[in-house]
Design a protein around this ligand. Structure first.
Ligand code: ADE
Length: 249
């Protein structure tokens, strides 16, 4: 069970993703709840202004500090220990490990920045975490907040139908997943690897592990340094590098 409080200037951006598929089901079964809070509602001036020109000049606008503090303090009402997460391209990179860490909390606050950014005092004196979903710049933190909500929610018990599903994921054990196939066994002459049709579960498990190792070596060799590898894994990888292990192994 997890509850997200999201501070945003664009709450309508959340409706599609939260109202479909697994996130919809997670909400219906009480495993996920999301409250959207419009930052504008917490701006105390007559025009509900949430942004202003940057001190020192320059282009763009900066999100004001008072409405954000006001919103967080009103919503949390003195509760402590709740992560207050600012989504920004300057944050720590969001990885599967961070998703697992966040999945331990029952409640989180997500602050979606917009424009050129938020007043630095939000970062320095309010946020407990700052997260980026990747090295690119979005128009705001809303899509990033949805990524965090999605990645965390699918890790909660009962959210995915198959309880083992998340342990097989790409990144779950520091490796990419290998290939998947389903019927038919042949399509336009492209066949399914025969081992998958063999019914030999141990051989299939070893083949899957090897495919995951091969794919990670080919596409994301940086991940292998952190992965926990058995002696058998290392022998297979050495074989891939020397060309002794074939694609079918
Ligand atoms: N806001 C804008 N770009 C972002 C990113 N890459 N990650 C998180 N929040 C953002």
């Amino acid at each position: 069970m997890v509850h997200f409080d999201v501070l945003t200037l664009f709450p309508a951006m959340f409706s599609g993703p939260l109202e479909d598929s697994i996130l919809k089901r997670a909400r219906e079964s009480g495993r996920l709840s999301v409250d959207l809070h419009n930052i504008r509602d917490f701006a105390m001036d007559k025009h509900h202004i949430t942004d202003d020109a940057p001190y020192g000049g320059g282009g763009g606008m900066v999100m004001k500090v008072e409405p954000i503090f006001n919103a967080v303090e009103t919503v949390l009402g003195g509760e402590t220990g709740t992560p207050i997460i600012l989504l920004s391209p300057q944050g720590c990179l969001f990885t599967q490990a961070v998703a697992w860490e966040l999945a331990q909390y029952p409640r989180m606050m997500l602050i979606c920045g917009r424009y050129e950014g938020v007043d630095e005092r939000v970062r320095a004196h309010l946020a407990t975490h700052e997260i980026s979903i990747g090295d690119y710049v979005l128009t705001g933190g809303e899509l990033a907040a949805l990524v965090v909500i999605d990645a965390v929610t699918r890790l909660l018990p009962g959210v995915l139908g198959d309880p083992g599903a998340t342990s097989e994921d790409s990144h779950a054990c520091g490796l990419l997943e290998g290939p998947h196939y389903t019927r038919p066994p042949e399509y336009r002459g492209w066949t399914v690897p025969p081992i998958l049709l063999s019914g030999n579960h141990a051989a299939v498990a070893r083949w899957r592990r090897n495919q995951a190792l091969r794919r990670t070596l080919e596409r994301r060799p940086d991940l292998l340094a952190q992965a926990s590898l058995s002696e058998q894994d290392r022998i297979y990888l050495a074989g891939v590098e020397t060309g002794e292990s074939s694609e079918e192994d």
